[in-house]
Design a protein around this ligand. Structure first.
Ligand code: FEO
Length: 182
């Protein structure tokens, strides 16, 4: 019976498990960014709040993209449980440092997925994942530049107010002329 079930999908079991783990990670990213959006909003950093609201949407888009791919490949996509999302942060800066850490973890997870695809000779999935490899270059770049604003501008006086104004202006230079991310 199990063999018949596997015939309906070209996804190997290891890869299906790893893709579902990535669905969960993207859902957690979305939830974390939503919590960051709320934190920024209630602490007076409304531009950063808007940035994280949009980012939460993007991450949900990433989750859906992988979820749908598993379905399209005839696999079993699993709706993730998302629990234990931090709601409080010790400082404005720590929100952006946490976001950068999250993006680095996602990049590493995507790289591991590409590695599994290659090991299993699953070139369709490897090809699908290239969009995420590219997306992570962009997202890590933006997150890193945003953290750097805290050192470049400084937090004293109107520093944090200025940082909040500058947050949304950080863009990835390689994105010029490309279709926007999801
Ligand atoms: Fe979808 Fe930025 O991780």
């Amino acid at each position: 019976m199990k063999d018949t079930v596997r015939m309906r999908t070209s996804l190997k079991e290891d890869l299906e498990i790893a893709l579902n783990a990535q669905v969960k990670m993207e859902a957690e990213s979305s939830a974390k960014y939503l919590a960051m959006a709320a934190w920024c909003d209630r602490n007076g950093y409304s531009n950063s709040g808007d940035f994280f609201f949009a980012q939460a949407d993007e991450e949900r888009g990433h989750m859906l993209k992988i979820f749908k791919f598993i379905c399209d490949m005839g696999g079993t996509a699993i709706t993730p449980d998302v629990v234990g999302i931090p709601q409080e942060y010790p400082s404005f800066r720590s929100v952006f440092e946490t976001a950068l850490e999250q993006e680095i973890m996602v990049s590493q997870a995507i790289n591991r997925l590409v590695g599994i695809s290659r090991r299993l000779d699953d070139y369709a999935t490897e090809n699908f994942l290239q969009w995420f490899v590219k997306e992570q270059i962009e997202e890590e770049y933006i997150a890193r530049r945003q953290v750097e604003l805290f050192d470049v501008i400084g937090e004293e006086g109107i520093g944090r107010f200025t940082i909040d104004m500058e947050i949304a202006k950080v863009t990835y230079p390689g994105a010029a002329g490309e279709a926007g991310g999801e």
